[in-house]
Design a protein around this ligand. Structure first.
Ligand SMILES: O=C(O)CCC(=O)C(=O)O
Length: 262
């Protein structure tokens, strides 16, 4: 018995589009706890992209990652026999934050090759007014590896990293050429719903144009069967683990296996 209803069509959508919306992934007991934990982090007043890797410190984020059913869900959607944790991140786009999160893919920023999945869990209702995520349908399957770049505090492009790495190409201007791509979003997420998306899917997030509707997202990044360790000093050092060697399965050390099929 799977945790995810209609798992066959969920897997088909994930494989085809590179993203799928899962309803009510988060149980009520976790929702309030995570909201409080997010608010406590955000009070620290750091920049938008700074709330990372909370799960390495004892507390609610760690408890959720290690003891909830999220690892099993990831394995189900990815059709994997195991799930390991890469890291977690808060995206709190508060009312009046009009800035769009720029178009990007995630995988080039992490020391991992192969299949990885983000679960972006909505802690508030999310719609196009307060910061829905947008995706380029099917872009995970293009085989394009987009060069990582640094952004300013609000997510605007500053400069490319690894300029000489031939494995990566510069990113097209998706925003300026929207009509050339199959760009879509999910009209509404309820608290507890999650977007499962591939690390190679091109995505962005709208600004929060409202003056009253918070948009707190809790994103957890996972590796699954087939993912391997691939450190690149200029970009991924913050996630390195010296107990792993390039090419090892991406599991163990800093990256605990949180689900393994019996
Ligand atoms: O929520 C956002 O603003 C962006 C999320 C995102 O880009 C990600 O989870 O990779």
């Amino acid at each position: 018995m799977t945790l995810t209803p209609d798992i066959k069509s969920v897997r088909e959508a994930y494989a085809r589009d590179g993203v799928v919306l899962l309803r009510q992934v988060l149980q009520e007991e976790w929702l309030e706890k995570l909201r409080h934990a997010v608010d406590a982090e955000v009070q620290k007043g750091e920049r938008y992209f700074a709330y990372k890797n909370m799960r390495e410190t004892p507390g609610i984020f760690q408890d959720y990652c290690l003891t909830s059913d999220i690892g099993r869900r990831v394995a189900e959607v990815a059709n994997s026999s195991w799930t390991s944790l890469i890291y977690d991140q808060i995206f709190a786009k508060e009312p009046g934050t009009k800035t769009q999160t720029g178009w990007h893919t995630d995988q080039p920023y992490w020391p991992v090759q192969g299949p990885i999945m983000t679960m972006w869990i909505a802690l508030d209702p999310v719609d196009p007014d307060n910061g829905a995520l947008e995706f380029v349908r099917g872009s995970h399957a293009w085989g394009a590896r987009y060069r990582p770049f640094r952004t300013d505090q609000l997510g605007a492009f500053l400069h490319y990293l690894e300029k000489d790495n031939p494995d990566y190409i510069d990113m097209p201007d998706f925003e300026a050429n929207r009509s050339q791509y199959d760009i879509f979003h999910f009209e509404r997420m309820e608290p507890g719903d999650a977007l499962a998306f591939d690390g190679m899917t091109v995505h962005s997030a709208m600004g929060n144009r409202t003056s009253t509707h918070r948009r707190r997202g809790y994103a957890i990044r996972f590796a699954v069967e087939g993912a391997t360790y691939d450190p690149r000093d200029e970009v991924t050092e913050w996630l390195h683990d010296d107990t792993l060697t390039r090419g090892d399965a991406f599991r163990g050390g800093r990256f605990p296996v949180i689900y393994e099929a019996a």
